[in-house]
Every structure is written in structure tokens, then in C-alpha cells.
Ligand binder design. Structure first.
Ligand code: GUN
Length: 288
């Protein structure tokens, strides 16, 4: 039998723009009513090219939404103690409601130690153990931006997870683990796969929804994907020609899917929109 699946491209860029436009209106109203301008402090240590681009986009989006940016560009040789002292200063700065330390940090600085030092109420990334713990047990807190953005996309496109088989490829603290918890909350049956998973292709073939978050260019092939599956690509890689691509072999996979996110223009812009949302949420909570 010849099956034809109608594919919908999930336009993360357009959705993120809409979310930021709505946020701008909400923030304007909030600032008028309270006199408070939401503030986001961003910290970049060193001068990694990709990190610079990410930070630039975050600062630009903040301005679009009416969020004030406080950017700190620190030299590569900054000590852990110096970074800690900056965070402690920002933790008690009333103008700062969200703090974001761009990862990865240089090798001589311990990421976990630094994330732990951020006031959980100002943890715009949702990486602090307190926020991670809250997510795990279903308490209100700040949720990691990329998995939150994926959930918003699914809601917007009316994709229900209830009872569905989800395969998450990648078990990072930033994406895979929080994504699993969020999807479990929506009543999916979640399988977490990773580099040691045996027969990954066969597991993928069973999935109604695949979330690819491993950081390996075009790893998810067409024959891994069930006809009509939903495919979410969190990857951000360069292919053999230096072109930006995801973890999914998009061109060959897309026609089998019911919904698929492109790279670029899928999950990436949603991550930034969620960062803006988290910062605004932190500003609102600071008045409670
Ligand atoms: N590096 C790559 N992605 C992220 C992110 O979402 N937040 C931070 N702080 N650093 C990152």
C-alpha cells in the first residue's frame, strides 16, 4: 500500500515572533502599572563565536519585548571567584530579574557551581537545581527554555501527547531530562534514548513523537521514522558543507511526518521567546 502523509512544517520563527509581540504588550502594561522594567543580565565569558551570536540574539529579543539588558562580557581568563562575585551582585540588584550565564563556560570554571550560585528566582534559564527539582515534582518554578518552547509549539499546533509514545534522543540536563518530565506531565509514554541505546532506529520506528536532541548532524534517518510521526529537531549543527542543520535528515524525513520542525527556524527561536517569558515571569514574581 502506498501511504501519503500530509506534512505540516512547524514554524517556530513565526510562533516565537507572535509570542514576543504579545509579551511586548503585556510588559508595556506591566511597566505602566508598576513602574518596573523587567531586566535581564546576560554574562558571556570568553569569546566563543557561536555563544556571541546566541547572546546577541537574546539581547536583541529583549529589546524588542521591552526588557532591559545588562550585558557583561568577561575575558576568558576570568576566575570562578570573579564570576561568582558578579552573580552575587546581580542576585541583589533590584533592576535585574533574570540572570543568564551563557554555556559552555571555560574549562577552569565549574558550570554546576556557577548555576547553583544564581538566585533560583532569577534563574531565567531554569537550570538551577531548585527549579529542576520543582519541575520534577510538579511545583511551579522556572522551566528550561528549549523544552518549554517545544511544549508551546505542540500546543499551538494542537498536537496532543496524551497516551502517545514519545522517544527523546539525548539525556542532557538542559533539554532531554526536562523535556521528558514536561511530556510525562501531558500523559505521554516517554522513552529516553542516548548514545548507549541499543537498536535506536527500531525504537524510533515505534515512536509517535521523536524529539532529537543529541547534537549529531542528520542522525535521524527516514527509515527511523514511522509514517505520520511528529518530529521535533532540537539539534543545531553544521553539515559537511558547513551549512546549519539539525539532528534530523530533514529533506529525507519530512515527507513521512505529520509535523516537523525545520533547522533553522524551528525550536531555536522558541528557546529565545521562552527566555523572554521567563524573565517577565520573574519580574512579575518579584513583586509578590
Ligand atoms: N548554551 C547553549 N544553550 C544555552 C541555553 O539555553 N542557555 C545558556 N545559558 N547557555 C546555553
Amino acid at each position: 500500500m502506498y501511504e501519503v502523509t500530509l506534512t505540516t512544517l512547524i514554524d517556530g520563527k513565526a510562533l516565537a515572533t507572535k509570542i514576543k509581540e504579545n509579551l511586548k504588550v503585556d510588559i508595556e502594561e506591566f511597566t505602566k502599572a508598576t513602574g518596573v522594567v523587567p531586566g535581564l543580565a546576560t554574562i558571556l565569558v570568553g569569546d566563543d563565536g557561536a555563544s556571541k551570536v546566541y547572546i546577541k540574539n537574546k539581547i536583541k529579543s529583549a529589546a524588542t519585548c521591552g526588557i532591559e539588558s545588562f550585558h557583561h562580557n568577561l575575558p576568558e581568563k576570568t576566575t570562578q571567584q570573579e564570576l561568582l562575585e558578579l552573580i552575587q551582585k546581580l542576585n541583589v540588584d533590584d533592576k535585574v530579574h533574570g540572570i543568564l550565564v551563557q554555556l559552555p563556560l571555560p574549562d577552569h570554571i565549574n558550570d554546576d557551581f556557577i548555576i547553583h550560585a544564581i538566585d533560583p528566582k532569577k534563574d531565567a534559564d531554569g537550570f538551577h537545581p531548585e527549579n529542576m527539582g520543582r519541575l520534577l515534582i510538579g511545583q511551579e518554578g522556572i522551566v528550561s527554555c528549549t523544552p518549554a518552547g517545544v511544549m508551546e509549539m505542540l500546543v499551538h499546533y494542537n498536537i496532543s501527547l496524551k497516551g502517545k509514545d514519545v522517544l527523546i534522543i539525548g539525556r542532557s540536563n538542559i533539554v532531554g531530562k526536562p523535556q521528558a518530565i514536561l511530556m510525562l506531565r501531558e500523559h505521554a509514554t516517554v522513552t529516553m534514548a542516548h548514545s548507549r541505546t541499543i537498536d535506536l532506529d527500531k525504537k524510533a520506528q515505534q515512536a509517535d513523537v521523536i524529539v532529537a536532541a543529541v547534537g549529531r548532524a542528520k542522525m535521524v534517518k527516514a527509515d527511523w521514522v514511522k509514517e505520520g510521526a511528529v518530529v521535533i529537531d532540537v539539534g543545531m549543527n553544521r553539515d559537511e558543507n558547513g551549512k546549519l542543520c539539525g539532528d534530523v535528515d530533514f529533506e529525507n524525513v519530512k515527507d513521512k511526518t505529520s509535523f516537523i520542525t525545520p533547522v533553522p527556524g524551528g525550536v531555536g527561536p522558541m528557546t529565545i521567546a521562552m527566555l523572554m517569558k521567563n524573565t517577565f515571569q520573574a519580574a512579575v514574581s518579584s513583586l509578590k
